[in-house]
Design a protein around this ligand. Structure first.
Ligand SMILES: Nc1nc2c(ncn2[C@@H]2O[C@H](COP(=O)(O)OP(=O)(O)OP(=O)(O)O)[C@@H](O)[C@H]2O)c(=O)[nH]1
Length: 414
């Protein structure tokens, strides 16, 4: 056996850490002992304002402490950056961006959503494209190179299973002229596309009117903005749309939705600040039925998935909607902020358990190199991914396309 063969057979990062010769299963999320979810509440909706204060003074530390995966090894990626807005006070005003007010000042505006996605995913030194160029130099494959690749892939949040498959393919490849970054990029794109392809599914509007879409997610993930974008899209397609301002907790969110409604020219059902969100959803559903509306989009308050009382409130919204139509909501969209990285895994798990998530929208892919988490999510949960958000503007929502996303993740130009 040659030195090169020996090198090739030596265990890499994951095998060194997990042991065994085969790809380990994705690490399990920490047990969710603290969350009492889906507490049965049998009472009918009371049209009263929420009396007790809803706990919202959560901090990024809450998120990280309770739900982030424990660091796996010294080579693990840094803890995910939690958007500042997560701990923003409830009264915070959030301005509604104009369709083209979304670029960072000084940033030359990339043309087209794909280049914005590429730009977002290549931002930061931890991006795959840049990292690969640094370690693959068209030379013979070294053990250290394979280990570096493993580290790079795990830092990119792709998930252990996919990362190991990629590493195995690279190690077993017959590269007669040495391995270059572009060889590895092609392998990555290929594997990622294979994982993403089965989950890249359009959101199909069918069934009786209205088609009810409940939009959920943590604070600031982009729910209201995504609702505005979706409403504009459905309206353009010739459908009648109604919005329900179910984020009754944050007055600014209600205003934000009303501005979207006025801009698009569609009705918005809203209540008093602090009104019962379930009652508001019920009212909106009835109004949309009466009006023969095609699509009802229901906004909800942002809630961290580790806040049992807020997740109970969400369960109540669902129960109330189902009193009108047992099959509703017809879609439950979980909006994930790409910048939170690994935390998105527990969001999918817990929101899925409480609300039966039917599809995902991942936002802010124009501003982060952390989109790799979508691959780990697809691998583990197999939840359909409908759209990606690549900016704050009304048109910055794109149907999810596995190939484009895979190639952008790998840092390939096209
Ligand atoms: N760059 C970028 N920003 C986005 C995108 N989607 C939403 N945002 C911005 O993210 C911020 C939060 O968006 P919102 O729609 O208010 O989020 P939310 O989930 O409704 O927030 P809460 O009501 O607090 O839960 C706003 O500044 C949006 O403009 C996106 O795809 N790209």
């Amino acid at each position: 056996m040659s030195a090169e063969d020996t090198d090739r057979k030596r265990p890499g990062f994951f095998r060194r850490f997990f042991g065994g010769a085969t790809a380990p299963a994705e690490p399990e999320l920490p047990p969710d002992d603290e969350v009492e979810l889906l507490t049965p509440e049998q009472e009918l909706v009371e049209r009263t304002a929420v009396t007790g204060p809803i706990e919202t003074a959560v901090t990024p530390a809450d998120l990280i402490e309770v739900f982030d995966e424990p660091a796996e090894t010294e080579g693990e990626a840094a803890p995910p950056p939690v958007p500042d807005r997560m701990s923003a006070p409830a009264s915070e005003e959030r301005s509604l961006p104009s369709p083209d007010s979304t670029r960072e000042s000084g940033d030359p505006e990339p043309t087209g959503w794909l280049s914005r996605l590429r730009k977002g995913l290549s931002r930061s030194s931890s991006s795959l494209g840049q990292g690969l160029t640094g370690i693959f130099t068209k030379r013979r494959l070294e053990l250290s190179t394979v280990e570096d690749l493993e580290d790079l892939l795990i830092q990119a949040d792709l998930g252990v299973t996919t990362a190991l498959r990629i590493v195995d393919t690279v190690r077993d490849g017959r590269f007669t002229k040495g391995v270059g970054a572009e060889d590895v990029q092609a392998i990555i794109a290929n594997h990622v596309e294979r994982v993403l392809d089965p989950v890249a599914k359009p959101l199909v509007i069918t069934g009786p009117k209205p088609f009810v879409i409940l939009v959920i997610g943590v604070n600031g993930s982009g729910k209201t903005t995504t609702i505005g974008k979706l409403a504009a899209k459905f309206t353009r397609e010739g459908r009648s749309v109604m919005l329900a301002a179910g984020d009754t907790f944050r007055a600014a969110a209600v205003e934000q939705l009303k501005v979207w409604g006025a801009r698009i020219g569609i009705p918005v059902v809203s209540g008093e600040a602090g009104a019962d969100a379930a009652g508001l959803a019920f009212d909106a559903f009835k109004s949309a039925q009466a009006a023969g509306t095609d699509v009802l989009l229901i906004d909800t308050a942002g809630r961290l998935q580790n806040r049992a009382e807020l997740m109970d409130e969400l369960a109540k919204v669902l129960r109330v909607i189902r009193k009108i139509d047992a099959d509703a909501p017809h879609a439950v969209l979980l909006v994930l902020d790409a910048t939170v990285g690994q935390n998105a895994m527990s969001q999918v798990e817990i929101f899925g358990r409480v609300a039966g998530v039917t599809g995902l929208v991942m936002t802010k892919l124009d501003g982060t190199a952390r989109g790799g988490i979508l691959v780990a999510i697809a691998e583990k949960f197999k939840v359909p991914v409908h759209f990606i958000g690549v900016g704050e503007g009304v048109d910055d929502l794109e149907p999810f396309a596995a190939r484009d996303f895979a190639r952008a993740i790998a840092g390939l130009e096209r």
